[in-house]
Design a protein around this ligand. Structure first.
Ligand SMILES: [Fe+2]
Ligand SMILES: [Fe+2]
Length: 277
């Protein structure tokens, strides 16, 4: 009869360290296979999402499998490995933004599904910027819904658009040299859009061109794609900006392009008035 062990935990999410622990457990206990048992409740991500991540992460390993119920295990008392505090800490580090700890096959899914968008953004930027990101995300989703566009993507772009705002000047400087050195003439206040694009693409593994483009151009508003216009508008019109933008929001829900042009003009007028002072 095959000797099987159980690896029980939240796996929120599974990390490379979890895979290593499972393989070590198999070796130490001389097991034929290790079955992951993913607890349904208690995670930041829901049980199904965590289950699917484990399933994908263990696919390359013939000696690792996943089960939903312990009754599926054949034979007598199996050896059990419980997810340690140290492993839970690794998962927490991922949720806070260190995707290098994830198995490579999960990185793109994790960033594009937005499964950890909230804790990630909360950790990457300050409280004020986090509140602003939530508000931009919510307004982006509302405007997208009004136009029957992908509201999930719109929400996500809103969450991620200022992801680089929490970096130090030195970090921003280092990234901008890689990403867009010829646009150094632009004020430093707008660099975070390019750096955010770079982080999402190269550090977090995002491949969705529509989302990347919208983040990259959100500051200058030089992207006329529907999602690009939406995040630009939501960024300028969200309630935390402290002025009555209800008319512009109403217009954005009816006529995206007209609102985009109007807000562009308002921004240009505002900047011109500041230069006169
Ligand atoms: Fe921004
Ligand atoms: Fe913003």
């Amino acid at each position: 009869m095959k000797k099987i062990g159980i690896f029980r935990g939240l796996f929120d999410p599974i990390t490379a360290a979890h895979l290593e622990a499972a393989r070590h457990f198999r070796k130490k206990q001389r097991l034929d296979a290790v079955l992951f048992l993913c607890e349904k409740d208690g995670g930041i991500a829901d049980g199904l999402a965590r289950f699917l991540m484990v399933k994908k992460a263990i696919r390359p390993y013939r000696c690792l499998a996943i089960t939903e119920k312990l009754t599926a295990v054949m034979g007598k008392e199996p050896a059990v490995l419980n997810e340690s505090e140290q492993l839970k800490k690794k998962s927490e580090q991922v949720r806070k933004g260190d995707f290098s700890l994830l198995p490579a096959c999960l990185r793109r899914d994790a960033i594009e599904s937005g499964i950890y968008a909230d804790p990630l953004v909360r950790n990457m930027v300050n409280e004020h910027r986090y509140r602003h990101s939530l508000s931009v995300a919510s307004l982006s989703r509302d405007i997208a819904e009004a136009h029957h566009l992908d509201s999930r993507k719109a929400w996500l772009i809103g969450m991620y658009h200022d992801i680089a705002k929490g970096l130090s000047e030195q970090q921003t400087d280092d990234y901008i040299k890689i990403e867009k050195p010829y646009e150094f003439s632009y004020p430093q206040a707008v660099w975070h859009a390019w750096v955010g694009y770079y982080l999402l693409k190269h550090v977090y593994g995002m491949k969705d061109k529509e989302m990347l483009r919208a983040v990259r151009h959100h500051c200058l508003g030089d992207d006329g794609s529907p999602l690009g216009m939406i995040v630009y508008l939501a960024d300028k019109l969200e309630s935390g900006r402290g002025y009555d933008s209800s008319k512009e929001i109403e217009l954005a829900k009816k006529d995206l392009k007209a609102a985009f042009e109007l807000v562009h003009q308002q921004q240009a007028d505002f900047l011109a008035s500041k230069e006169k002072v």
